[in-house]
Design a protein around this ligand. Structure first.
Ligand SMILES: [Zn+2]
Ligand SMILES: [Zn+2]
Length: 807
């Protein structure tokens, strides 16, 4: 029986070799018809034997290319009489533009194995060509100007394909069929190398080049870059989503120089290593971490460092972890494996590890434009390795953490059973490799712009059944970040054809994003603005990821967020659904002397907690603990500030509580980046210790988790010379215990047993493990953010979902 079927697929189906896959599959079943990309996804019409069509549909689902993701598949069988098309075979038709829910453009994808082989194959016409790609790999999001995803809508449109490339592009049996960035040394992008001509870089590299005096050198760009890096130089290297600043990670002087000139903080640098075996030399590696490192997104994965390794300590100072990634562009592979001798492909890589940190100064957005990069980075870099393929959308490297699964023995009254907690992929920065992959929401949403927070900002747009999260934008205090925000918003609105009617924003009156939302509303009176509480947004971001719609116990722990009472919240126990929340408990309020400055000076929080705990009796202790480290007059100034309530807002922040403890036990008094003191405290924690401190929960509404007893016992432990590693572990266990106790109180009263953990504090793996363990053993179901960050990089998703409920 002959029949016609129309199949419409939504999801990640563009730019990943999906149409050629359909073409070949249809031909193998001898079906006629066509396939095309439209703004709604991929549309297929087939005519032929009905049994075969059914099998064809099965095979689409089972054999799709590895990068495909199906969200919605609709299959229609129109009446045969309506059928007017006459097909003599199966064809791939031109893309068409329609209105509706957005199609999904794939994120940028790491170099595939086939292309890698060709890259180092002496007989291949793309031998050592840094821009080799195919339908399974290469740049996507970063080069797309508009949809549908066709070459004309990308930054590759200025390169006219040569005859051979065009043949590949037009041949459905070729693996470069409709590979939009297809190119070769004849017709494609080229490298550009610049060094400071007047002051040719050579050891001992004391400074970068003079501004604007870099000139082009045409000979052997990759070889020269390798040689500069080997001698301890710093190179700015253009990647897929922006520039990296690179140096040899085993060269202590080079790393130190990069740290001094770039950041002036202890924030860890990421390193790139040539292969998994090398990573294993420096880090402990689980099977799951191996998988994530090798995934097409190629994120930076935080891995436990081994001891006494040859990588410079300045790469991640005072940190047990190393942020490592594998090469993901052909150029990266060439840096590691470019043949310096006559050996066609060296077996020993040129480097074991390269620092590859975002090409920016301090917390500015990553530089992406050649001219801009030379201007901004010339005081740091000794040389520039770049190219003439433009980056349209800047995307930083993504950062993830794999919290390894564990087995728990659950004791119930009658028997004990073994439960395995799955490993969790925790996203810390969601950018390259993930963006702009939309998050499927499972229900239609009105069109919303959720503006996000102030630090680690992302924004979120919704359309149809999708939430589209922007890449990591950065800290909004900074002018450049504001420009980047506007530029990205314009781009994503256009690409996904979103016209927001609702603007969701944080309650904080001084956030840049709040001001931005207000400005939009002033200029467009038809827009509706919906303010959203920060910690509610955290919890709902996680609920939305897991499709939770019912009431849950929401634990939102972070550094700071504006509360409905005007205080700074951050240690919040909520009962929440997607629309509203009740704050049923919080950590007690303490002053935060100097407001935001307290986050950079954890000792101030230590002082604040001592005064809160001991009142007038704190004086002697303060002297004893701090007199060696902090000047007397500074201590007195802060004490006076708190006493007279000058610039000392009240906070229930759990992040600041961690800061206080870190300082009180002498781990960290000053933080060069947000959360450094808490990170140090986590690094110290003794994993074998399960002891806890005592704490009280005071009656009332909301309940207050009192920190006084915890501080007292910590001070006693310190006096008794208990190792800081044990104190740290006990403190972590205690925080987990407060969560369990509070959850049990709610369970009793409201019969809720789903616990959602969100907020930056839950990037602390030690705390997450201990908390999940306690909750699971007691019969709770635990939910963590997995698709968006649990830090402020995820709140825009929560804002959007809450706003949709209020619309
Ligand atoms: Zn490829
Ligand atoms: Zn070509």
């Amino acid at each position: 029986m002959s029949a016609i079927y129309r199949i419409h697929i939504n999801g990640i189906v563009q730019g990943i070799g999906f149409r050629p896959f359909i073409y070949n599959l249809a031909n193998s079943f001898e079906l006629n018809g066509y396939v095309l990309n439209d703004t709604n996804g991929v549309y297929i019409e087939v005519k032929g034997n009905e049994d075969r069509i059914r099998e064809f549909i099965q095979r689409i689902k089972s054999d799709a290319p590895p990068l495909a993701r199906f969200d919605d598949v609709s299959i229609e069988k129109p009446d045969y009489k309506d059928y007017t098309g006459i097909y003599s075979g199966f064809e791939i038709r031109e893309s068409r533009s329609t209105h509706g829910i957005p199609s999904v453009i794939s994120p940028d994808i790491s170099l595939c194995d086939d292309c890698l082989k060709e890259l180092f194959d002496k007989n291949n016409r793309r031998y050592l060509y840094p821009f080799i790609n195919c339908t399974n790999c290469g740049p996507r999001h970063s080069i797309v100007r508009d949809i549908p995803y066709d070459r004309i809508n990308t930054t590759m449109s200025c390169f006219e394909m040569c005859e051979e490339c065009r043949r590949e592009y037009n041949d459905p049996s070729d693996r470069r069929f409709h590979a939009q960035p297809n190119a070769c040394p004849e017709c494609g992008p080229r490298l550009e190398f610049r060094i400071d001509k007047k002051n040719p870089p050579s050891p001992p590299f004391l400074k970068g080049g003079t501004k604007g005096e870099f000139s082009e050198q045409k000979e052997k760009p990759i070889k020269t870059t390798i040689s500069i890096l080997k001698q301890g130089g710093i190179a700015a290297i253009k990647g897929i989503g922006g520039f990296h600043l690179a140096c040899d990670a085993e060269n202590n002087n080079a790393v130190k120089r990069l740290r001094d000139s770039k950041r002036r903080s202890n924030k860890p640098f990421a390193v790139m290593m040539p292969d998994i075996e090398t990573i294993r030399q420096f880090c402990y590696l689980t099977k799951d971490e191996d998988l994530v490192l090798n995934s097409p997104a190629r994120p930076i994965v935080l891995l436990k460092k081994k001891h006494n390794i040859s990588i410079s300590d300045s790469v991640s100072p005072e940190n047990n972890y190393l942020g490592a990634m594998l090469p993901y562009t052909p150029l990266h592979y060439l840096l590691f494996y470019y043949p310096l001798t006559h050996d066609p492909q060296p077996i020993t890589p040129n480097f074991k590890a390269l620092v590859m940190t975002s090409g920016n100064i301090f917390e500015e957005p990553i530089a992406a434009d050649n001219k801009e990069a030379v201007q901004k980075l010339s005081s740091i870099a000794d040389a520039f390795l770049m190219h003439n393929r433009d980056i349209y959308m800047r995307v930083d490297d993504s950062v993830v953490n794999v919290i390894s699964g564990q087995q728990l023995v659950i004791n119930s009254q009658h028997n004990s059973k073994l439960k395995t907690l799955n490993s969790k992929l925790v996203i810390i920065r969601r950018s390259r490799g993930f963006v702009p992959e939309p998050i499927y929401m499972g229900q239609d949403m009105p069109e919303i712009l959720a503006c996000g927070g102030q630090l680690k900002n992302t924004f979120c747009l919704t359309k149809g059944r999708y939430a589209i999260m922007s890449q990591h934008i950065g800290d909004m205090e900074n002018k450049e970040a504001a420009e980047f925000y506007k530029e990205t918003l314009k781009n994503l609105k256009k690409t996904f054809k979103v016209m927001p009617k609702i603007i969701a924003h944080d309650l904080h009156p001084n956030y840049w994003t709040t001001a931005f939302a207000r400005q939009l509303i002033t200029h467009h009176s038809s827009l509706i603005s919906i303010p959203v509480q920060h910690h509610h947004a955290h919890i709902v971001s996680c609920m939305a990821e897991h499709g939770l719609k019912e009431k849950v116990i929401g634990i939102a722990f972070d550094g700071t967020g504006y509360g409905t009472d005007g205080n700074i919240w951050g240690g919040e126990f909520l009962i929440a659904d997607r629309k509203d929340f009740i704050r049923f408990a919080h950590f007690n309020y303490v002053p935060m002397p100097g407001s935001d400055a307290a986050a950079r000076k954890p000792w101030r929080m230590g002082l604040s907690h001592l005064v809160h705990t001991y009142g007038d009796g704190a004086k002697e202790l303060i002297h004893k603990i701090f007199s060696d480290r902090i000047q007397e007059n500074q201590l007195n100034t802060i004490l006076k500030m708190m006493k007279n309530s000058i610039n000392s807002p009240l906070t229930s922040s759990c992040g600041r509580f961690f800061d206080a403890v870190s300082s009180l036990i002498g781990a960290k008094d000053l933080a060069t980046y947000e959360g450094e003191a808490a990170v140090k405290l986590e690094m110290l924690a003794e994993t074998k210790c399960y002891d806890t401190y005592n704490f009280n929960i005071t009656d009332g509404f909301p309940l207050v988790v009192c920190t006084k007893q915890i501080i007292k016992e910590i001070i006693d432990d310190a006096k008794a010379n208990l190792p800081v590693s044990v104190i740290s572990a006990k403190f972590h266990n205690t925080i987990a215990e407060t969560i369990l106790t509070a959850a049990q109180m709610v369970q009793k009263k409201h019969n809720l047993d789903k616990v959602v953990l969100s907020g930056g504090v839950f990037q602390n793996s030690f705390l997450v493990k201990r908390t999940a363990e306690k909750l699971t053993v007691s019969g709770f179901e635990v939910f963590l953010n997995e698709k968006v960050p649990s830090n402020d990089g995820g709140i825009s998703l929560g804002q959007a979902v809450i706003a949709a409920e209020h619309f």
